[in-house]
Write a protein that binds this ligand. Sequence first.
Ligand code: UDX
Ligand code: ADP
Length: 467
Amino acid sequence: TAASVRRVCCIGAGYVGGPTSAVMALKCPGIQFTVVDSDAGRIAAWNSAAALPIYEPGLDEVVRSQRGRNLWFSTDIDAAVAAADIVLLAVNTPLGPRGAGLGGATDLSAIEQCARTVARVARRPTIVVEKSTVPCGTGELIAGILRRDGRPGVGFSVLSNPEFLSEGTAVRDLLRPDRVIIGGLDGSEDAQRALASVYAHWVPQERIVTMGLWSAELAKLAANALLAQRVSSINSISAVCEAVGADIADVSRACGMDSRIGGRFLHASVGFGGSCFHKDIMGLVWLAESLGLHDVAEYWDQVLQMNSSQTARFVARIARAVGCDLDAGAEVAVLGFAYKAGTGDTRNTPAAPVCERLLAQGARLAIYDPKVPARQIRDALPAESHYHHRVRICSDAYEAVAGARAVVLLTPWPEFATLDWARVHGLMAQPAYVFDGHRALDAPALDRLGFRAVSVGVRTTHHPKLK
Ligand code: UDX
Ligand code: ADP
């Protein structure tokens, strides 16, 4: 029952598990939260006085205020699970070996391992909650493992409580979620009430919604698929804008003012990235395929294809403008490598294929991102050593642009909009191009400074070969 939740264990101290547990601990002073992970280095980092293993605005403060009170980070998984009333599963669920293209499936080995751990060590009724994004049906898989391997007489409930936080705003999203979804199989109503009682410490009742397990699992995939689809839809229109001389910013605004459509998530870009959109759409495609719903699978696969072609089209524009100079090893300054601002995460970042294509065309790259470590950028680039000789990782934007023929903005970090662009112009080789992959810069102002500014979703007339 609600009153009996005293201890929560979260397995997985990553982007989901860390911030989620920290905010829960902040809001539920009467409950003890232990975050466990098999990665000892990660746990040490969560316990350190220096940098936490992930960067999220506001997270440091929350962790500092709760750590050692009701928030603990540990590698002793068994002990924490055995003591818990609720076990949150927030381990990573990467795409499996068949991960690419149509039919990609998720690797559930970490989830299965966690379920077996719970089955092995739990001695009293335990609520097991899927937090990581998982394919539909994972809840039943977990329930099956608990039934088969659990100690006789120990009752388990399996809930799906998908996390909808966005990276870069994780703390804010967790403090004020649009909704909390708690899915369960028939007979798990008590468990659903117990988990709801945790959220009730800070989330208004009407935002906590219970439903079936399958519905909750599918809701997570559907929500991300719909968001990604909006981006692909507006990006497809941006291609038309570039061809006919319309401006995607105006088209987006006009569409977004329709209250049925709404203005958010209609920003044309070089493409979406992140760990969730690709994986969830692939999960949806895979599910549809496995159900024999081929049209449905193909429909959602198009969202990913549009995303790849948007990125490819962006590079093609750069190549058309800078052209033969790229072959000659012209330097291109890449500003931003994270898949979006506010995070150091580079999973599925469009910056990786953009850089790879530019390198393949012969360019040299000078890359700067305010939050992504140099090592991580190198790891995301193709392994060929002759590429690595052509890549400089820089520690500020001015260093990156020095001598460059083109600046390519791939992450809309606010600091890029406020650069001293006159100084940038003076540092660059002429004619100096700026390619804005996010409409983050004031292109007319850049033109006035002498740049040839090229933005996603606007026709450009600076160059005869460049539409
Ligand atoms: C997303 C969902 O928003 C979140 O609810 C879910 O839990 C995880 O996946 P996240 O991946 O952190 O969150 O980032 P989000 O802000 O959704 O952006 C995803 C990508 O879409 C970014 O690469 C961003 O640049 C791109 N995007 C977003 C656009 O290109 N245009 C837009 O209008 C919005
Ligand atoms: P997410 O974005 O889903 O939070 P992360 O990769 O950031 O994914 O975090 C997942 C965490 O789960 C990692 O720190 C990883 O070490 C941990 N993990 C994965 N498998 C297990 C496991 N079987 N037991 C404990 N921790 C695990």
